[in-house]
Design a protein around this ligand. Structure first.
Ligand SMILES: Nc1ncnc2c1ncn2[C@@H]1O[C@H](COP(=O)(O)OP(=O)(O)OP(=O)(O)O)[C@@H](O)[C@H]1O
Ligand SMILES: [Mg+2]
Length: 233
């Protein structure tokens, strides 16, 4: 479980952030100011091409902004060396990709445990816990408890989504970044999936930033914002 921060301290704080892709003359992101408070479930919407994935990748420290500051838990990712950003990401962040990025020929359990092999920081965060039990508990909470030993290619899209959530939440990250992971679900399953995601995130004390172009789900979140209101590009 994450320690609650001082409730007045933002979990994310962006100031004068610029990001331009190489070869482009106009920035994709120009965000003068943006904050997310701990415990929030933020829905950030915008049309295709508006920069949602670009912003998440900056928050994850995968893309390096050209200028400005981007603080998570008070630490400025823009001032970190690449190796520091990698270990900060592994320790504090979970990421659900637009296309899940699961490995189809591995089992559910193997997919979920994989980040621990790639990241000593994430493994260290689980020190003292029985990882087998933690993963099976997470799967149980997400309604895929009986699927842990199945290969991912044998699962439905909705079940794969829950595996992606379990993988992102393993090690109880402070921040979960979700890139339109519900786009393949029908409305009913989308709502169920989100309620489950929020329940598990609340249990772990994880703040959620979820981006999508589909506004039909925005009322399920504690806060909803248009990317275009914060991005002046
Ligand atoms: N690697 C790249 N190099 C150059 N331009 C890029 C690159 N990736 C994205 N872009 C451009 O940056 C803009 C924002 O892209 P981004 O992927 O962040 O949009 P998005 O809001 O996530 O869209 P979608 O809803 O389709 O996923 C687009 O105009 C896109 O063409
Ligand atoms: Mg995108």
């Amino acid at each position: 479980m994450n320690q609650p921060l001082n409730s007045k301290e933002p979990l994310i704080e962006i100031k004068n952030l610029f990001f331009t892709y190489e070869g482009q003359d106009k920035p994709t992101l120009n965000i003068p100011a943006f904050k997310v408070m701990p415990g929030e479930n933020l829905f950030l919407f915008g049309p295709s091409g508006s920069g949602k994935t670009t912003l998440l990748e900056c928050l994850a420290g995968v893309l390096q902004p050209n200028s400005g500051s981007l603080k998570i838990l008070g630490k400025d990712l823009c001032l970190m060396k690449p190796a520091e950003r990698d270990s900060f990401r592994a320790e504090h962040l979970g990421y659900i990709f637009q296309s899940f990025n699961l490995i189809p020929y591995l089992t559910v359990f193997e997919n979920i445990i994989l980040p621990l092999y790639l990241s000593p920081a994430r493994k260290a965060r689980l020190k003292g816990s029985d990882v087998q039990l933690v993963i099976r508990g997470l799967c149980g909470n997400l309604g895929i408890g009986d699927l842990a030993d199945k290969k991912v290619l044998e699962l439905s899209v909705g079940q794969q989504q829950r595996v992606a959530v379990a993988r992102a939440l393993l090690g109880t990250p402070d921040l979960l970044l979700a890139d339109e992971p519900t786009s393949a679900l029908d409305t009913d399953h989308r709502e169920k999936f989100l309620k489950l995601l929020f329940e598990v995130a609340e249990h772990f004390g994880t703040t959620v930033v979820f981006v999508s172009h589909d506004r039909s789900i925005e009322n399920l979140f504690s806060l909803s914002l248009s990317l275009q209101t914060i991005n002046q590009s």
